[in-house]
Design a protein around this ligand. Structure first.
Ligand SMILES: [Zn+2]
Length: 119
């Protein structure tokens, strides 16, 4: 029995090239529009937290400074969300460097935080 391929979006039968997933260019673009929307809705809450975190770091460090050491409480007072970062790396001193887009922050045992503009 030949398998009848269906369009991923509208479920109409597809003919033509074996790797075709959509019946038409319209279905293909509609599918990607829907997929983007789903991704946008799902990630919006976390994006907001990350954007807020970046704004807090930006406000503290200012436009003309590339790094600043502050007290941890200063970030707590601004409701900085410590759990949300965009990426991290372990530096040559075996210390965890947390990134929020183009900023990084490191926390030390004396509860001081070093913020750097890296971008
Ligand atoms: Zn279709």
């Amino acid at each position: 029995m030949a398998d009848q391929r269906q369009c991923r979006l509208c479920k109409q039968p597809i003919s033509g090239r074996a790797d075709k997933i959509f019946c038409s260019a319209t279905c293909k673009s509609q599918y990607h529009i829907k997929l983007n929307k789903v991704t946008m809705n799902a990630s919006e809450r976390i994006d907001k937290i990350l954007h807020r975190n970046r704004s807090i770091l930006f406000e503290i460090i200012g436009k003309n400074t590339s790094q600043k050491r502050i007290e941890r409480q200063e970030l707590d007072a601004k409701k900085f969300n410590w759990q949300y970062i965009t990426h991290y790396h372990i530096n040559t001193h075996n210390k965890l460097v947390n990134y929020i887009y183009d900023f990084s922050w490191m926390i030390f045992s004396d509860q001081k935080v070093l913020i750097k503009k890296v971008g």
